[in-house]
Unconditional design. Structure first.
Ligand code: HAM
Length: 425
């Protein structure tokens, strides 16, 4: 019978890789706690309508990439392709947006049926930050500072570049959309098929078209910056000034529009040239209309999400994962002789109680001294205890797992003291 394999584009994270994930998660948790952001968790499955109404009907995600199915009640449900819509839904549903500000974060898997390649998967993990109820540039600057802080803590700030753009207010976008549509209508027949369809439904999406002919036509099209209101421009300039003072270099890229419809005002992407085609590591922006669009209160929002696989690839490729994270064992306990297995387990527990942070791996399953010793060295532990005896524990040796192999004999009563002396040296 053929072996069952994982679904294409959905990855197993094997024991050799989990230390890197745990490291990244820990650095992020510490950072978010330092900024006093609070964690929120929401389901992996939501009503399909949530994503249609937020991300937009005429977007790649909703048109081509969602995992959508009918459940047994006949309701249309989708695996979440992103977290912003879910976060707004959850915050709204539980009254977190009523006359309050919120600084929230989440971490977890997202699902998009894209063509898998390096850095692009069908199940991928995001860490996202969403701030609600704050309309000013201070919160925009804060989340950018927070992201830069993360790159610094991970030691990758030198390979990331910030691209930023101002999409203007929702009204600015409507005015611009009309002008763009008028212009493109004159070139209707020359546009690619997708763009012709988008002309009626979501004209701004045409800016992302991959067709060279359409891109050529767009060269002569009206430009978004010409439609942005003075207030919105002033606030964007203010943000750029803050970033400059904070030492965050950025490039203003006026063709950065993002593939989700809910944005207005500032949008941004942190990119790298070290990952090939999948260069965006972290993306986000402001989405002041989203909550109302989903039937809730009129609450400003701004946030970003980063791709955790892409960050791990980057850390691995640049060799910037700290060496010590690959080792998960401090002490290896070898057990020679059937009769002392139970005592070995009890002693291991006593050690764990005395030194709760010590990572103690007990050898189970018997075997010869030499093969156990090999395993002890391979585990990466710094020291091994060798427990020996036929019916009761007659000998306890402590062996340093380095080239010296220095060994001392201990009495059962002195084991914990000797270990704490060794590990606290
Ligand atoms: P997004 O640009 O669609 O934005 O995704 C954010 C990040 O997730 C990307 O920059 C990338 O690192 C990662 N990512 C996206 N798709 C994949 C994939 N197929 N495989 C691996 N990584 C991927 C959002 O999702 C918005 N919700 C961000 C946001 C939060 N805006 C405001 N708040």
């Amino acid at each position: 019978m053929a072996k069952i394999q994982a679904i294409r584009g959905m990855n197993d994270v094997l024991p050799g890789q989990t230390p890197a994930w745990q490291y990244l998660e820990q650095v992020m948790r510490d950072l978010l706690s330092a900024y006093a952001y609070q964690e929120i968790r929401f389901p992996i499955v939501e009503q399909t309508q949530l994503f249609k109404r937020s991300i937009g009907e005429v977007t790649d995600i909703v048109e081509k990439e969602m995992y959508t199915f009918e459940d047994r009640n006949g309701d249309s449900l989708s695996l979440r392709p992103e977290g912003t819509a879910c976060c707004v839904r959850a915050a709204e549903q539980h009254g977190l947006l009523y006359n309050q500000t919120q600084k929230l974060w989440y971490m977890g898997p997202m699902y998009r049926h894209e063509r898998p390649q390096k850095g692009r998967y069908r199940q991928f993990f995001q860490m996202g930050v969403e701030a609600f109820g704050m309309a000013g540039v201070d919160i925009e600057a804060e989340i950018l500072l927070l992201s830069r802080d993360l790159w610094e803590r991970l030691g990758i700030a030198d390979v990331l570049t910030l691209e930023i753009n101002n999409l203007g207010t929702s009204e600015d976008r409507v005015r611009y959309g009309e002008a763009l549509k008028d212009y493109l209508m004159q070139h209707h027949d020359a546009l690619d098929e997708d763009s012709q369809r988008r002309l009626g439904k979501n004209v701004l999406r045409i800016l992302d078209s991959k067709s060279p002919v359409t891109q050529e036509i767009l060269l002569g099209a009206p430009k978004l910056p010409d439609f942005i209101s003075p207030e919105s421009s002033a606030s964007f300039t203010q943000l750029l000034v803050i970033l400059q003072h904070a030492g965050i270099a950025c490039q203003v890229n006026s063709s950065l529009v993002r593939g989700l419809d809910y944005y207005n005002g500032v949008v941004f992407e942190w990119t790298t040239d070290k990952l090939g085609a999948q260069s965006a590591v972290c993306s986000g922006g402001r989405y002041d209309g989203l909550s109302k669009q989903l039937g809730g209160t009129n609450t400003p929002g701004v946030g970003f999400a980063l791709g955790m696989e892409r960050l791990i690839l980057l850390l691995e490729e640049l060799g910037r994962l700290p060496a010590e994270i690959s080792c998960s064992v401090d002490l290896y306990i070898s057990v020679i002789g059937e009769g002392v297995r139970q005592q070995a387990l009890l002693l291991a527990n006593e050690i764990r109680q005395t030194m709760p942070r010590l990572r103690v791996l007990t050898h189970c399953g018997g075997g010869k001294y030499n093969s156990q010793l090999k395993k002890a060295y391979a585990s990466g532990a710094r020291c091994a205890l060798v427990l020996e005896g036929e019916t009761e524990l007659t000998e306890i040796k402590m062996r340093v797992l380095d080239d010296s192999g220095e060994t001392t004999t201990l009495s059962p009563a002195s084991v914990c003291d000797s270990l704490s002396g060794f590990f606290n040296k």
